[in-house]
Design a protein around this ligand. Structure first.
Ligand code: ZN
Length: 397
């Protein structure tokens, strides 16, 4: 499975150039150089490319690349990627069919694969979908403010969203990503009744004991496999003034002070992760029931609340037919593509405006190893396969 050798050579050279540029998150100058190199690579294919500036989470201007096909009014086909890396670049090196380079796997490989696929289509005289819209962001590896906002904004009304993040290698093939977990942050606030633990132990109502029982029950409600999971990130208990003003009372830790008082206040916070909206809602209901049950038994007051909420991408959702089409196209070229239904980590697909109706194909970039670490590399044969796959897929969309 591959594209013409001279196009693959140029694609590999482009990837090497992109990786030689330091574009760690926050380095606006480096990210702009990446954007300008990609602008040159994309301009020949009837795309109108512009590099705009948007403010990141620190208010600093960062470049965003937007490339539009001739007709992007109304529905459009959105391609998403990021130009930033976690680490600054080192000099790329090639060893056999492996390119050792910063960002080669996550995810300059996906950006180069897109450029290679556009060149393959142009060389065949195959027209691009005229409503193609490519949006490449600068802050996916840091606070993701621009990334999240861009995914949300540009996915509105999109016919489909393609994400150029990398797949993974398996024993006998590579993967695409169909599902991503959603996340809800939660808080638990418990009020009990203080009493002297020597003189009036049984008249106290320990907020700390109630919170601890709830936390143990919440973690135990997590299910292996595709089930939802609950993580208790922090728990604090003691007297009300200790819990509500920790910095002021930090010296109490490790001392004997107030160890003889039944705790009247406790707080816990954490998050839950889930693969379908129904799983998330069911777990949220279960945690609420657990809170009500423990509040009753411990004669305490418990408030369970949910804060930030990121929706999941359901692997059986609207993207499933397109994922199947992609797998079939790959099989037609002798390439085995497995489908990741349950990739952890919040990414572009979690931020799209309406994941319940917009089809998403994620993990279209080439496989490699070592995301975010010094030993990062990409498999150049996989790059060739992804160029061919994207070139096969784009005209069908
Ligand atoms: Zn990435």
């Amino acid at each position: 499975m591959s594209a013409p050798a001279e196009i693959l050579n140029r694609t590999e050279e482009l990837l090497r150039e992109l990786c030689a540029i330091s574009s760690e998150s926050g380095n606006a100058t480096g990210i702009r150089r990446v954007a300008e190199r990609l602008e040159r690579a994309l301009t020949p294919y009837e795309l109108t490319v512009e590099i705009v500036e948007e403010a990141d989470a620190h208010g600093a201007p960062q470049p965003v690349l937007i490339a539009r096909g001739p007709s992007t009014g109304g529905a459009h086909l959105l391609l998403l990627g990021h130009m930033d890396t976690v680490l600054p670049a080192i000099e790329p090196s090639v060893e056999g069919r492996t390119l050792h380079a910063t960002g080669s796997y996550d995810m300059k490989g996906g950006l180069a694969a897109l450029c290679g696929a556009l060149e393959v289509l142009a060389s065949n005289g195959t027209a691009l979908p005229p409503d193609l819209l490519v949006v490449l962001v600068p802050d996916e590896e840091s606070e993701s403010l621009i990334s999240g906002q861009s995914a949300e904004r540009w996915s509105r009304g999109a016919r489909a969203v393609l994400v150029l993040e990398p797949g993974q290698s398996t024993a006998d093939g590579e993967t695409l990503v169909a599902g991503r977990r959603g996340m809800m942050e939660w808080k638990l606030d418990v009020r009990g009744k203080a009493s002297h633990s020597g003189l009036a132990y049984w008249s106290g109502r320990s907020a700390l004991a109630a919170a601890a029982e709830w936390c143990a029950g919440a973690q135990a409600a997590s299910r292996r496999g595709n089930g939802p999971t609950v993580n208790v990130g922090r728990i604090v208990g003691g007297s009300a003034d200790f819990v509500t003003d920790l910095p002021q009372h930090a010296a109490m830790l490790g001392s004997s002070r107030q160890l003889n008082v039944v705790s009247d206040r406790a707080a816990a916070e954490g998050e839950l992760r889930f693969l379908t909206a129904a799983d998330g809602q069911a777990m949220r209901d279960e945690l609420e029931r657990l809170a009500a049950d423990i509040a009753k038994r411990h004669e305490t007051e418990i408030v369970f609340s949910v804060g930030m909420h990121v929706p999941p991408v359901d692997p059986q959702g609207p993207g499933a037919p397109l994922i199947q089409r992609t797998v079939d196209l790959a099989a037609g070229r002798g390439m085995r593509l497995d489908v990741e239904e349950d990739r952890g980590g919040i990414s572009f697909p979690n931020f799209i405006a309406d994941p319940s109706s917009t089809p998403v194909i994620d993990g279209l970039g080439p496989v490699g190893y070592g995301m975010h670490i010094r030993g990062e590399y990409v498999d150049l044969d996989s790059l060739g396969r992804r160029v061919a796959l994207l070139a096969d897929l784009l005209p069908t969309l």
